[in-house]
Design a protein around this ligand. Structure first.
Ligand code: ATP
Length: 905
């Protein structure tokens, strides 16, 4: 059949019966589109992507670079200098301001686009029916006519006309502004139904919060309702974090203080009888020197570098503050299945009709045997049949291996059935599904209704507690109903769980006239069929990651929907608990008062049979104990806990779109070890920020100090404002910023988490600021005076002073490469960026000193060999003195750490 698709747009799809909509789109509800149909429609309609409207224009972004206190100071300075007739100075100041704005513009733009690209890289996947089988593909590949299967947690990828729904509810606030859930159905509606009331449509960008449904794509990309109102303005990512806010506040105070000091300097100079111009220049020099202008850019760039390093280790940061918070995480609450374990389920044991059988084979390959070739009949056959029919997964063979589309737990049931020669495709066609109750983590079971040889049969599979409580009989080996042996069943389940197996119970309900299933008043009177025990081995990398977390002072807690015995067994293998430690179940948790819960969360590391809604309580309890909590989640119901946690972590592979949107970080491999890696990076990033601050503040202080000292002493300024401007702009970019590329220091995961309240500007840094400030003052002012005393011209003396600054800053950079160790200890060449920076700086200084053009612009002059020796000597001395100070501080810290222990002995 080669009918063409209708042009997409004016058709009122909600007004058509579902069949007619499908006809118009030449779509098949049962098989989806064929591959050739997809190819031609793809060519006609393009990618399913909404073209973003451009964000802030580059011109505006560039202009905004000038709205910063320092730049404004510089612009005013440039204006005043011009009015005073100093054209060269005025244009150099203006030129520098321009270059500064340009650098800021480029760096900011790069950081922003890198972050935005990362955010986009979390592709959203959809399940579609194509060529008769289910496939997972990127939502961008959808074309009109595709049949999309929706489940709770999915973000609707295109506009769909729904043709099947089951308890389907959507949140459409993104489109209609309505923030309550709306129920969906599949009947046709009057043509004039308003957008918000079209309950048989699912619109792109809205979110499914419960139930299941299927729909046929009627519009993609810019033709969707969301695309048409084009609300999707390309937003610049928010680059603010707690630290940048603190820095901004700090800068404002600093600016005020420096402004006052500059005024004072100006006043003192005038009072002493200096010229207004000289004093104005001194005040400008002071402002320019003492303001750490590189700071905001350095913080942003360091964070952006951290974000891309994390992305390389498979953790995508969605909200920038997470980079900082990661470094102070004290507790990780992780799901079990898929995060701590492989989520590669293989059925190992079956208990059916009172008989326990071992299953051989591994992975998803259907090669293997049940009970060494046991007859597939009676209760065993019924158990396998229930597993196949009460199942939404698909099994397929790619070029290399067998793969499951859908839930691995369900995939494993298809595999074990194939081992017994039962093919799910034939069975599912033979015994069509008449109704269903979809699986839900809170309900913990799934049910489907079938007509089997004229009898209505409902199959149930789920947590043992849920099904056993509703069973009244069980099947014997031959498949006949017999008395329920509750204790035997529970004992078998416990023994399977103790081996670390995930246990799923299977039951059925025989009811000749059952029309529909109702989740709200669940059926009782079930016949218990059996138990299926499947392995889901711990991820090998997770075991070492848990160990690393422990040595880094981070507690790991497992929060799972699985049974306590299984959870404990896996937790022990992972090193999360030791033998003898108990788990707390969801039911016990519900019975605890808040204060009891606070004590319990501090003690217990495994929480089993937890309902997702309880996760929120757990996070809150941990937070009120002072913990900084990272929490993983994948379902819709996990979203509130993910938002509440200090770091909400969603699964990139197995997680729902709702969870991803609520999260601060998305793991592209769903692996627990990635969380540990991200924390390590987070600590590294924070260290690098502290290193930059430790580098910049003392040098700025030194520059300010030199000016103030010169004015107070009534001496000529050893460095002119232009020269200071030169020093600051070049050293911040080519020296300081290179610290952002420092690799993670050895031992970051051997120290406790950083308390979030700890201030960067502490006593140690204050002391360092004073020490280096005095060294810079003594070195530059000292050599400046010596030069003058030796009869060298002012320009030469100033060039010496400028070079002292740059050389000391370059040497001090090596002190700052590690907060604790010396540069030699961490490897002199472990960060090549520092060396490139130093090299560029050397070339720039050579130009400043020897190139006549620069000499004229910056009032510098060539200097000789002996001067260079003196300058290098000052630099080396500064490096050594700071090195000794660092060493002394380390010794003192070690002593302080040991003392209480010695005392307690
Ligand atoms: P975690 O919370 O660590 O991911 P989990 O996968 O066991 O672990 P849930 O998905 O909430 O947590 O499942 C809870 C229980 O529901 C399982 O232990 C199992 O007994 C049952 N269950 C899981 N998946 C299905 C399914 N597809 N159909 C029926 N029952 C299921």
């Amino acid at each position: 059949m080669t009918r063409t698709t209708q042009s997409v747009g004016p058709v009122a799809w909600h007004g058509l019966p579902a069949d007619e909509a499908a006809d118009r789109l030449a779509a098949s509800f049962t098989d989806g589109l064929a591959d050739d149909q997809v190819a031609s429609r793809r060519a006609a309609h393009g990618e399913n992507r909404i073209t973003p409207r451009p964000g802030r224009s580059p011109l505006l972004r560039f202009a905004l670079q000038f709205v910063q206190p320092l730049v404004l100071v510089l612009l005013v300075a440039s204006l005043v200098t011009m009015l005073l007739g100093e054209w060269v100075d005025a244009s150099v100041i203006f030129g520098v301001t321009l270059i500064n704005a340009l650098i800021g513009f480029i760096q900011e733009g790069r950081a922003e686009s890198a972050l935005a690209a990362l955010a986009r890289s979390v592709i959203s996947e959809v399940t579609v029916l194509r060529g008769g089988s289910k496939r997972r593909l990127s939502s961008t590949e959808l074309v009109p006519g595709d049949v999309v299967l929706l489940t709770a947690g999915d973000k609707v990828p295109a506009d769909l006309r729904l043709f099947h729904t089951r308890e389907l509810q959507a949140m459409e606030a993104a489109l209609t502004g309505e923030s309550t859930a709306v129920a969906k159905q599949d009947e046709a509606l009057p043509h004039d139904t308003l957008l918000a009331e079209r309950s048989n449509m699912a619109y792109a960008g809205t979110v499914m919060i419960s139930g299941q449904g299927s729909g046929v794509v009627v519009a993609t990309g810019d033709h969707t309702e969301t695309g048409r109102i084009s609300r999707l303005i390309a937003e610049a990512p928010d680059m603010r974090t707690p630290l940048t806010r603190k820095m901004a506040a700090f800068s404002n105070w600093l600016l005020l203080a420096i402004g006052l000091l500059a005024l004072l300097t100006f006043a003192v100079g005038i009072w002493r009888g200096e010229s207004v111009f000289a004093m104005f220049m001194a005040a400008v020099a002071l402002a320019v020197g003492a303001i750490p202008e590189g700071l905001p850019a350095a913080v942003t760039i360091t964070l952006a570098i951290g974000v891309s390093r994390m992305a390389r280790r498979r953790a995508i940061i969605r909200k920038l503050p997470a980079v900082e918070t990661l470094g102070s995480t004290t507790t990780i609450c992780s799901d079990k299945t898929g995060t701590l374990t492989e989520n590669q389920m293989t059925v190992r044991e079956i208990y059916a009709g009172g008989v326990r059988l071992v299953v051989s084979g591994s992975g998803y390959s259907p090669a293997g045997r049940i009970g060494d070739g046991a007859a597939i009949d009676g209760a065993l056959r019924e158990c396998l049949l229930a597993g196949v029919l009460c199942n939404d997964a698909g099994l397929g063979k790619s070029s290399r291996s067998w793969e499951v589309v859908g839930d691995p737990t369900e995939g494993a049931l298809l595999v074990v059935a194939r081992k017994a020669g039962l093919d799910e495709r034939t069975l599912q066609k033979m015994f069509r599904r008449l109704d269903e109750i979809p699986f839900d983590s809170a309900r913990q079971y799934m049910a489907t209704l079938h007509d089997i040889e004229g009898v209505r049969l409902a199959y149930f599979k789920g947590a043992l507690e849920q099904l056993l409580a509703r069973s009244i009989t069980m099947l014997d080996r031959k498949g006949q109903a017999t008395a329920l042996r509750r204790e035997e069943i529970e004992q078998v389940a416990r023994s399977m769980a103790a081996e670390g197996l995930r246990v799923l119970a299977v039951a059925r309900l025989v009811s000749p006239s059952l029309e529909a299933l109702d989740a709200k008043s669940p059926d009782r009177g079930l016949q218990f069929i059996g138990l299926v025990g499947m392995v889901d081995p711990p991820r090998p990398k997770a075991i070492s990651a848990v160990r690393t977390c422990h040595s880094a002072g981070i507690t790991v807690k497992m929060i799972t929907g699985d049974h306590a015995v299984t959870a404990l067994s896996i937790a022990r293998q992972l090193g999360i608990t030791r033998s003898g430690e108990a788990a707390l179940s969801g039911r016990e948790l519900a019975a605890l008062a808040d204060d009891e819960l606070h004590a319990a969360v501090a003690r217990v590391n495994v929480f089993a049979r937890v309902d997702p809604a309880q996760k929120l309580r757990l996070v809150r309890a941990l937070q009120s104990n002072g913990e900084v909590v990272a929490m993983t989640g994948d379902g819709v119901n996990d979203a509130p806990a993910l938002k509440q946690a200090d770091i909400g972590i969603a699964m990139g592979l197995g997680g729902t779109e709702v969870a991803k949107e609520a999260a601060d970080m998305v793991l592209t491999d769903d692996d627990f070890a990635t969380i540990e890696a991200a924390i390590e990076e987070g600590r590294g990033v924070y260290d690098n920020l502290v290193k930059f601050i430790t580098w910049t503040l003392p040098t700025n202080f030194g520059e300010g100090l030199v000016i103030v000292a010169a004015v107070i002493a009534g001496a000529t300024l050893p460095i002119t404002p232009l020269q200071i401007l030169w020093i600051n702009m070049t050293t911040a970019v080519f020296l300081g910023l290179m610290l952002a590329f420092e690799p993670i220091e050895h031992g970051v995961m051997h120290r406790p988490p950083r308390p979030p309240s700890r201030q960067i500007l502490d006593a140690a840094l204050l002391w360092r600021i004073v020490l280096l400030g005095v060294l810079l003052l003594a070195g530059s002012f000292g050599l400046f005076l010596v030069e003058l005393a030796q009869g060298h011209p002012l320009a030469e003396a100033r060039t010496v002073a400028v070079n002292v600054f740059v050389v000391v800053q370059a040497m001090y950079l090596f002190n700052c490469r590690s907060l604790k160790f010396s540069a030699l200890h961490i490897g002199l060449f472990s960060n090549p960026a520092v060396w490139y920076g130093v090299l560029v700086m050397a070339v720039l200084q050579a130009l400043l000193t020897y190139w006549p053009v620069m000499n004229r612009l910056f009032a510098t002059a060539p200097i000789g060999g002996p001067e260079w020796l003196e300058i290098l000597a000052v630099g080396t001395l500064a490096y050594l003195i700071v090195g000794v100070e660092k060493h002394w501080r380390n010794l003192r810290a070690d002593l302080l750490r040991k003392r209480p222990r010695a005392g307690s002995r």
